[in-house]
Design a protein around this ligand. Structure first.
Ligand SMILES: [Zn+2]
Ligand SMILES: [Zn+2]
Length: 133
Protein backbone atom coordinates (compact mmCIF):
# COMPACT_ATOMS: atom_id res chain seq x y z
CA UNK A 1 0.00 0.00 0.00
CA UNK A 2 2.79 2.38 0.96
CA UNK A 3 4.58 1.82 -2.32
CA UNK A 4 1.41 2.42 -4.28
CA UNK A 5 0.85 5.70 -2.44
CA UNK A 6 4.35 6.85 -3.25
CA UNK A 7 3.95 5.94 -6.89
CA UNK A 8 0.68 7.84 -7.21
CA UNK A 9 2.17 10.85 -5.44
CA UNK A 10 5.03 10.87 -7.92
CA UNK A 11 2.61 10.78 -10.86
CA UNK A 12 0.79 13.82 -9.48
CA UNK A 13 4.04 15.67 -8.76
CA UNK A 14 5.43 14.86 -12.23
CA UNK A 15 2.28 16.11 -13.89
CA UNK A 16 2.67 19.49 -12.19
CA UNK A 17 6.39 19.76 -12.82
CA UNK A 18 5.96 19.00 -16.51
CA UNK A 19 3.70 22.01 -17.06
CA UNK A 20 4.42 25.65 -16.32
CA UNK A 21 1.34 27.49 -15.16
CA UNK A 22 -1.52 27.35 -12.71
CA UNK A 23 -4.05 24.54 -12.72
CA UNK A 24 -7.09 23.57 -10.69
CA UNK A 25 -7.22 20.14 -9.08
CA UNK A 26 -9.79 19.15 -11.69
CA UNK A 27 -7.57 20.14 -14.60
CA UNK A 28 -4.69 18.18 -13.10
CA UNK A 29 -6.92 15.19 -12.52
CA UNK A 30 -8.18 15.20 -16.12
CA UNK A 31 -4.64 15.47 -17.45
CA UNK A 32 -3.46 12.54 -15.35
CA UNK A 33 -6.59 10.56 -16.13
CA UNK A 34 -5.90 10.54 -19.88
CA UNK A 35 -2.48 9.02 -19.21
CA UNK A 36 -3.39 6.79 -16.30
CA UNK A 37 -7.13 5.99 -16.06
CA UNK A 38 -6.60 3.98 -12.86
CA UNK A 39 -5.97 6.98 -10.66
CA UNK A 40 -9.13 8.27 -9.00
CA UNK A 41 -10.10 11.89 -8.55
CA UNK A 42 -9.91 11.47 -4.76
CA UNK A 43 -6.34 10.20 -5.02
CA UNK A 44 -5.26 13.17 -7.12
CA UNK A 45 -6.96 15.64 -4.76
CA UNK A 46 -5.45 13.99 -1.68
CA UNK A 47 -1.95 14.03 -3.16
CA UNK A 48 -2.26 17.67 -4.22
CA UNK A 49 -3.13 18.57 -0.63
CA UNK A 50 -0.20 16.56 0.65
CA UNK A 51 2.32 18.00 -1.82
CA UNK A 52 1.15 21.56 -1.12
CA UNK A 53 1.33 21.03 2.65
CA UNK A 54 4.86 19.67 2.20
CA UNK A 55 5.65 22.71 0.01
CA UNK A 56 6.78 20.58 -2.92
CA UNK A 57 4.25 22.46 -5.01
CA UNK A 58 2.47 25.74 -4.39
CA UNK A 59 -1.24 26.17 -3.71
CA UNK A 60 -2.69 29.47 -4.91
CA UNK A 61 -5.90 30.53 -3.20
CA UNK A 62 -8.42 32.10 -5.55
CA UNK A 63 -11.19 34.18 -3.98
CA UNK A 64 -14.03 33.20 -6.31
CA UNK A 65 -12.92 29.87 -7.70
CA UNK A 66 -11.11 26.67 -6.84
CA UNK A 67 -7.56 26.69 -5.51
CA UNK A 68 -4.88 26.38 -8.15
CA UNK A 69 -1.59 24.54 -8.05
CA UNK A 70 1.75 25.34 -9.65
CA UNK A 71 5.37 24.22 -9.68
CA UNK A 72 6.86 27.70 -9.27
CA UNK A 73 7.94 27.91 -5.64
CA UNK A 74 9.77 31.24 -5.99
CA UNK A 75 8.41 34.22 -4.11
CA UNK A 76 5.81 35.81 -6.39
CA UNK A 77 2.27 37.12 -6.52
CA UNK A 78 -0.55 36.64 -8.98
CA UNK A 79 -2.55 38.56 -11.51
CA UNK A 80 -5.89 37.22 -12.71
CA UNK A 81 -7.81 38.43 -15.77
CA UNK A 82 -11.32 39.59 -14.85
CA UNK A 83 -12.67 38.52 -18.24
CA UNK A 84 -11.14 35.14 -19.10
CA UNK A 85 -9.73 34.13 -15.71
CA UNK A 86 -6.17 33.68 -17.01
CA UNK A 87 -3.65 33.61 -14.16
CA UNK A 88 -0.16 35.08 -14.46
CA UNK A 89 2.81 35.34 -12.14
CA UNK A 90 3.94 38.84 -11.17
CA UNK A 91 6.72 40.03 -8.97
CA UNK A 92 7.94 39.46 -6.41
CA UNK A 93 6.55 42.93 -5.81
CA UNK A 94 6.23 42.70 -2.07
CA UNK A 95 9.50 40.97 -1.23
CA UNK A 96 10.36 41.18 2.44
CA UNK A 97 6.86 42.35 3.27
CA UNK A 98 6.52 39.32 5.53
CA UNK A 99 9.48 40.48 7.64
CA UNK A 100 8.03 43.99 7.85
CA UNK A 101 4.68 42.65 8.96
CA UNK A 102 6.37 40.37 11.47
CA UNK A 103 8.05 43.39 13.07
CA UNK A 104 4.86 45.44 13.19
CA UNK A 105 2.56 42.69 14.40
CA UNK A 106 4.80 40.56 16.58
CA UNK A 107 3.41 37.50 14.76
CA UNK A 108 5.78 34.81 13.55
CA UNK A 109 5.69 32.49 10.53
CA UNK A 110 3.98 35.15 8.41
CA UNK A 111 2.46 34.19 5.06
CA UNK A 112 0.54 36.37 2.66
CA UNK A 113 -1.58 36.18 -0.45
CA UNK A 114 -1.75 39.05 -2.88
CA UNK A 115 -4.01 38.75 -5.86
CA UNK A 116 -4.08 41.48 -8.47
CA UNK A 117 -6.77 41.57 -11.11
CA UNK A 118 -6.90 43.23 -14.50
CA UNK A 119 -7.61 42.59 -18.16
CA UNK A 120 -5.07 40.42 -19.94
CA UNK A 121 -3.48 41.40 -23.30
CA UNK A 122 -5.54 38.78 -25.22
CA UNK A 123 -8.80 40.14 -23.78
CA UNK A 124 -7.69 43.74 -24.45
CA UNK A 125 -7.26 42.80 -28.13
CA UNK A 126 -10.71 41.19 -28.24
CA UNK A 127 -12.28 44.24 -26.60
CA UNK A 128 -10.63 46.58 -29.14
CA UNK A 129 -11.94 44.45 -32.00
CA UNK A 130 -15.45 44.46 -30.58
CA UNK A 131 -15.39 48.27 -30.34
CA UNK A 132 -14.38 48.60 -33.98
CA UNK A 133 -17.27 46.48 -35.21
ZN1 LIG B 1 -8.24 37.64 -20.32
ZN1 LIG C 1 2.29 31.50 -9.72
Amino acid sequence: MQRRNTKQRKIVLDSIQKHMGHFTADEIYLRIHTEDPHISRATVYRNLQFLADEQQIRRVKMPNSSDMYERNLDDHDHMVCRICGAVMDVGPIHSRVDQKVEKISGFSDIQHTFLFSGICPACQKKLKKQKKQ
